[in-house]
Every structure is written in structure tokens, then in C-alpha cells.
Write a protein that binds this ligand. Sequence first.
Ligand SMILES: Cc1cc2nc3c(=O)[nH]c(=O)nc-3n(C[C@H](O)[C@H](O)[C@H](O)COP(=O)(O)O)c2cc1C
Length: 212
Amino acid sequence: MRRLVLCGSPRARGRAAALALRVVEAYEQAGDEVGLVLLAEAVIAPCTGCNACKHNAATPLRDDLYCVIADSMARVRRRLNDCDALTVVSPVYFSGAPAQLKAFYDRLQPYYWSKYAKSTKRPADLFVVGEGGDPHGFEPLVSETRSALAVAGFRLERVHDWVGLVHEDGRLDDDRPVLEGGRTAAASDYCNETPSGLHPTYLRGGREAHHG
Ligand SMILES: Cc1cc2nc3c(=O)[nH]c(=O)nc-3n(C[C@H](O)[C@H](O)[C@H](O)COP(=O)(O)O)c2cc1C
């Protein structure tokens, strides 16, 4: 299996990067081919909502993931498109994603207008690190991840909660193998899903499912 591990931290040598390296190692030991992207080493500007990707989608023979912003996103997108499974490892910032990861998620908007949004979903996992001092959890991070990855053709399946379990020097407070450690739960446990897999607010007013 070809896997991509994407680290959402703005720090290239923080807790999330340390955990991401261990996750890469574990997948490699299981025989998978693994790529690693550190957003700390990428330049990804925020989406400006210009809607060029939307208008482009209606133009025949154009790159269906076209974006007016030229930066590292094109390179990261190629790696996303080439993998069979995705793992995001990220710190929680005020319950949600750090700005660098949110910029990456928002720049997935061209996928919304492309074939990927309606394609068969590939599996995705989310590993979360944090210091644990904030009592408000990280449901927004899970929801943002789930929503953005769905348009890019992934289904967020599991959330691995490592908050408070990764030391500043990268040591883990859990002796189990990294893929089994932390507190692992189904993503649906966080996202207030209905049995159809959709959020209850989406079903109010009889709206039809647009993407998974
Ligand atoms: C702006 C900001 C907000 C944060 N919010 C939270 C939070 O809500 N919950 C938490 O457990 N830790 C929070 N933290 C702590 C980070 O998640 C923690 O330091 C983590 O190790 C950062 O990841 P890194 O080491 O990969 O940079 C916050 C840190 C920053 C800088």
C-alpha cells in the first residue's frame, strides 16, 4: 500500500513531527511504501475564495484541480493523488487546526469541483497531539479534517488521541506500538454523525448529500 503521512504542525521538530516519524516507521515495518510531507517545510498560502477553481471546472480540457495560487500545494496535491491511504498528524490549536493545516485544507477546494469529491473514498487517519491544558477538546479539528479530506477523496476513519502523551523531546508516554497506542476511536464518535454518515444539520430541510 502507498501511504502518505502529512504533518500539520508549523514546527518541523516538534511533538507532531516526532510522532509522524514514528508512524512512518511503523507503516514501513508493516511493508507499506510511505511518503512524508511536513507542512512546516511547505509554503501554502491561504485560499482567497476567488472561485477560479469553480469557474475552471466548467471549462473543458483544463486541469481539473487548477488553482490561481502557485506554491507548494501543487506538489503536495500530486502526492495526495498518488496515495492509497492518508494519515494526518497534527497539533490541536484552540480546539482546531493550526493555521498552516487549515490553509492546506482550504486549498483542497478545487477538489470540491472535481471528480475526486464523488470518487470512492480512500481511508484516512488523524493523530492529534497537544499539551492537554485546554479543556475544550478537539472536535473542530476532527470535523475540519473529515470535511476537507472528504472532498479530496478520503474517508476519515480513526482518530488517535495523543494529547498529553508526547513529550517535548518526542518521547511517548505509551509503550504500545504507535499505531495501537494513544486513545483510538472511530472518527464518527467525534462528529455527531447520523446513521447515514452525515451531520444532523445537513439533513435538516431535506438537503441531499453532495459529498461524503
Ligand atoms: C496557538 C496555540 C494553541 C494551542 N491550543 C491547544 C489546545 O487547544 N489544546 C492543547 O492540548 N494544546 C494546545 N496547544 C499546545 C500545542 O498543541 C502543543 O504545544 C503541541 O506540542 C504543538 O505541536 P508541535 O510540538 O508539533 O509544534 C496550543 C499551542 C498553541 C501555540
